[in-house]
Design a protein around this ligand. Structure first.
Ligand SMILES: Cc1ncc(COP(=O)(O)O)c(C=O)c1O
Length: 373
């Protein structure tokens, strides 16, 4: 490596260290899990593990990898049947599987909105959408988080084809988008509505779109298998024509090797378990209530509680939030600080994820520890 490239890398790393947001990889430490997105414990479910193993064994001789992109050698009857199942499960016209939620969001937004169009997005959408917007030729403008009046103002003022991008449950605040109101505004202004259901999938059954606005005109909704499903990959649910459009134009779909058979088997088995997960969901929601009852408002922090598994304690400043999280970890409870630039400056937070496998004692200890800090 040339000296100047090496020096550039060092200076960029130092920049992160100076800003207290240097990222490094860690091995899971065996503390109580209050940080993963495994909301229903599927990733550690032995029954699911056995089912996936049996599904894989039932097709001995299948290629280990998919061997190519879907348009070349990576397609199969298995993946097409799975897409058909997913479309029916989520009550959509059709489905297209992507290798990750990031690919799906990035691919959709970087491909569909074109020069002269406008993407109107909630200010708290995920980085994958932001990168898609950055790579799109369309104009873009944000609206204030969950603010219908501001969304309407933007819908009124922008030009070209309009796209509105939201999450049904926001990944950092855990709050809910007002789906009905947003869908009816999009209808009024003829805007294409794109909804990321990453944190609702599984936790809210078939998802908030299918459960709350089954008749609304949605351009696309995206479900990831990487959170409550406990596995990996994602699906875009949309019209037959949009699916064909993506197959023809969406570069992360066209130019990447398709998911291997064992990933597809895991997704299929995860969905089978989802139908039986009523008890796990009940347990999760009772722990969410317990946490909300026990956590007290604080002078030194802003609490963002929600009716989803995601709860946040906002402590401004990267250094302060890291110290706050470390004190909780010292009690055997694993939470992770979310730093700027992942969240807005001043909105750094400890992001707490509750799970069906946490116990009442653990949740009580977590709330008590936060109350005492
Ligand atoms: C709201 C949201 N959308 C998309 C993604 C990306 O999904 P995946 O992890 O499957 O790439 C995430 C993951 O962090 C997310 O929180």
């Amino acid at each position: 490596m040339s000296n100047s490239i090496h020096n550039y890398i060092l200076s960029k790393l130092q920049q992160r260290k100076d800003a207290d947001n240097f990222r490094s990889l860690r091995i899971t430490n065996g503390l109580v899990d209050f940080y993963s997105n495994d909301y229903l414990g599927f990733a550690r479910d032995e029954n699911l593990h056995d089912k996936i193993q049996a599904e894989i064994n039932s097709r001995k001789g299948s290629a280990l990898g998919s061997t190519g992109s879907r348009l070349l050698s990576g397609n199969s009857g298995y993946v097409e049947a799975l897409e058909k199942f997913l479309a029916e499960f989520h009550q959509a016209e059709t489905a297209l599987i992507f290798n990750s939620g990031f690919d799906a969001n990035y691919g959709l937004l970087s491909t569909l909105p074109y020069r002269g169009d406008t993407i109107i997005y909630d200010e708290l959408i995920h980085a994958s959408f932001h990168d898609g917007i950055r790579n799109s030729k369309a104009n873009s403008v944000s609206f204030l988080h969950n603010n219908i009046a501001d969304l309407e103002k933007k819908l009124n003022s922008v030009t070209g084809l309009k796209y509105v991008v939201i999450e049904s449950i926001y990944s950092m605040d855990g709050d809910f988008a007002p789906l009905k109101q947003i869908a009816s505004l999009c209808d009024k202004y003829q805007a294409g509505l794109i909804i990321d259901e990453a944190h609702a999938t599984g936790v809210f059954g078939t998802g908030r779109v299918a459960e709350e606005i089954p008749d609304a005109k949605i351009l696309a909704h995206i479900h990831t298998f990487s959170k409550a499903l406990g596995t990996h990959g994602a699906v875009v649910l949309c019209s037959d024509e949009l699916k064909e459009f993506l197959v023809n134009y969406c570069r992360p779909f066209i130019y990447s090797t398709a998911l291997p058979f064992h990933s597809l088997a895991a997704i299929k088995c995860g969905y089978a378990l989802m139908n039986e997960a009523k008890e796990k969901r009940g347990k999760l929601f009772s722990l969410i209530e317990l946490f909300k009852q026990q956590i007290q408002s604080k002078e030194n922090a802003l609490l963002i509680t929600s009716n989803s598994p995601i709860q946040s304690v906002v402590i401004s400043g990267n250094k302060s939030v890291k110290e706050f999280a470390a004190k909780i970890q010292e009690q055997g409870l694993d939470v992770r600080p979310i730093l700027y630039p992942t969240v807005q400056k001043g909105k750094e937070r400890v992001r707490i994820c509750l799970h069906s496998f946490n116990t009442e004692t653990e949740v009580t200890k977590l709330a008590g520890t936060i109350n005492s800090l």
